[in-house]
Ligand binder design. Structure first.
Ligand code: ADP
Ligand code: MG
Length: 340
């Protein structure tokens, strides 16, 4: 039989293929593969379960990522998936693959960041696993959360005319990574040079120490708003919008001039000859929330300083469009990652 390369499927194709081979066996499994977290019936509530792995190499480079920040980020990116279901995180487990390059002090530093995140997001570390790794540091975190049954939000509930909202700003973590990569090259070429990252403090911070937007989950609850669909922005909104479109069976139309981009992100992109909008659409690792609301909820949110209204859903799932500042129409395509 001919060998098939994983790259021919891509990340989403591969997950789809795995998903098709498994039928649900238990009535308590409410939702399996395909959303930000799995949903399990727990009586009064739903339990949410999600896991994310960070691997040295594709996900981080220890020459410029402080271990404390890495620990914090590993927790935050998991919490972000619980936030995306409109849930609250409760417990985490942490599994580590460690090489002998790591000292006890290094592990302590990593756990200091993990502890800070546990405190900040009010979750308990309740277990994990530790193994040796021949190929650098691997951190896998699993998180359990909880949501009331009538408050759960999936990727698949967006309706025609719903308003598309995104929190915070986009593209900063990606541009922060470009700065760190550039400074690393400069440093390797001339180790006496001190990295020049002060000017890029905000975007570098967004790359190294992302926050999960639990604050938004609490605020929406206070305002009695349940988004019709929601996803967290790990791969970039182009990709996340496509997930909402495909799973909800609606089309999305967004406007370039409504996409929130911080000045530092914008200026750094221009400085590096990159298009700020592309960085915002495809950069990823923002860990903001992308969600849709029913039009009547707009009034309650319209003055929120950190929620931006970037477009709306319409009835043709095949037409996913970005309207540029000049009025041109671009088709939105999912990027996902292409690590293979
Ligand atoms: P997110 O970016 O929100 O973490 P992913 O794109 O990583 O989500 O995953 C999408 C869905 O596929 C999730 O439901 C996740 O649990 C599932 N998934 C990812 N990898 C695998 C795998 N190797 N086996 C089974 N399910 C997977
Ligand atoms: Mg997610």
């Amino acid at each position: 039989m001919q060998r098939q390369e994983i790259s021919t499927l891509g990340e989403f194709g591969l997950i789809d293929r795995i998903s098709k081979r498994f039928d649900k066996q238990l009535p308590s499994t409410i939702y399996g593969i395909g959303d930000d977290a799995a949903v399990i019936d727990a009586g009064n509530d739903y339990i949410l379960m999600s896991t994310d792995m960070l691997m040295e190499g594709p996900h981080f480079n220890l020459s410029y990522v402080p271990l404390k920040h890495l620990g914090y980020k590993a927790v935050a990116v998991n919490i972000s998936d619980i936030a995306a279901m409109n849930g609250r995180p409760e417990q985490i487990t942490i599994s580590l693959g460690l090489s002998n390059r790591f000292s006890i002090e290094a592990v302590d530093e990593l756990y200091e960041g993990i502890k800070a995140a546990c405190k900040n997001f009010n979750v308990d570390l309740v277990g994990g696993d530790t193994t040796s790794s021949p190929a650098g540091l691997v951190i896998n975190i699993a998180v359990i959360g909880r949501v009331a049954k009538d408050k759960i939000v999936y990727r698949n509930g967006a309706k025609v005319n719903d308003i598309i909202c995104v929190t915070g700003d986009l593209g900063a973590a990606y541009m922060g990574l470009q700065v760190l990569e550039r400074e690393k090259e400069v440093f390797l070429a001339n180790p006496d040079m001190q990295p020049d990252i002060e000017k890029y403090e905000y975007i570098v911070g967004r790359q190294l120490k992302p926050e999960a937007r639990m604050d938004i989950v609490y605020e929406l609850q206070e305002q009695k708003i349940i988004p019709t669909s929601m996803i967290d922005v790990s791969d970039g909104i182009a990709s996340e919008l496509m997930h909402i479109s495909t799973q909800s069976g609606v089309g999305v139309k967004i406007f370039e001039d409504k996409i929130p981009i911080d000045t530092e992100t914008y200026e750094t992109a221009v400085e590096m000859n990159l298009d700020p909008t592309t960085a915002a659409m495809n950069g990823g690792e923002d860990y903001e929330l992308l969600f849709t609301i029913a039009p009547p909820d707009y009034e309650k949110l319209k003055n929120h300083p950190d929620i931006h209204f970037i477009g709306h859903a319409h009835n043709d799932p095949k037409q996913n469009q970005l309207i540029t500042k000049g009025g041109n129409v671009f088709g939105i395509k999912a990027q996902g990652w292409t690590h293979f």
